[in-house]
Design a protein around this ligand. Sequence first.
Ligand code: FES
Length: 143
Amino acid sequence: MEPQTQIAFEPQILAFCCKYCAYAAGDLAGSMRLNYPANVKIIQVPCTGRVDMLHLLKAIEEGADGVYVAGCLEGECHFLEGNLKTKRKVKAVQKALAEAGLEPERVKMFNLSSAMGPRFAEIAQEMTDAIRELGPTPMEKQC
Ligand code: FES
């Protein structure tokens, strides 16, 4: 009998990245030829303040294994408090996930500047490792 090969779990992660910081940091990471996992699909947003709780919940509902929002450093949002408002939205979504019996760690928020290319790559790796550890979402994949 042949040994069964186990297929490694490759998480599907969605990242909402502010164009002024995280998205630019992602470009920098690319220019620096830094590697980060292909598990992360990036959505550029004009400010993390535009990310709604429904966007995060919908991503989870449709089968994303993890979702994160990456915005400007606190006090540096181009729209003043967009990142602070979204920090509160992320906390509320984490609470809702916990109440629904899902791991709140599937949704996170990070802050960085456009000059932090290495941190961008690190965050993508950190999030991929954390979600790998949690395992696949119990939600049915819609995509
Ligand atoms: Fe970057 Fe608001 S402009 S988080």
